[in-house]
Design a protein around this ligand. Sequence first.
Ligand SMILES: [Fe+2]
Length: 194
Amino acid sequence: MGNQVKHYDLDDFVREMTAVVEQSERDDDLVDEAEDLVGKLISDTSWLPVEKMEPDADHYARHSLYWDPQDRFEVLALVWSPGQATPIHDHDGTWGVEGVAAGRMKVTNFLKMEDVSDDVVKLRNSGVMTFNQQSTGQLLPPADCHILEQQGDKPTITIHVYGKQLRKFKIFDPLEEEETFKVRKHIVAYTEES
Ligand SMILES: [Fe+2]
């Protein structure tokens, strides 16, 4: 006969997120619902195991939390030490939701304007935002390119949900011409937990 309050945890999120991917017909509805669920998931993070909060000295750590058996979504915890950041990147054509579980993150968003050729694109800066703890955001192509930069002197932990297992994406390096970027393919791995 305990009187403990059961907090919303990863199992609750996976159950509700699975129902969302089964019921939603449109990605814009789906991503709104996913963002609401991520907001609930990060409101209390006592469910997050310590090994999923380990940083990586070389770059942000990328911990897998869940992968849907039918590859309709995956859930990750990213851990950012002070100063760690991403280059401009996309998400391989899928939607994404992110939420700040601890710390602060600066997000610079880009809208994909045009594929100039196989390896050159035009991107337009569509704004910079600071995400404080408990904030959430979303990505939906063609507004699916951004830079994430850790802020503050304590580590930042962010929870990410993508519309499939994200193992590769594109990185965009600025060229001399304004809003023009060279495309580079990038493969990502998961952080090995000790
Ligand atoms: Fe991203």
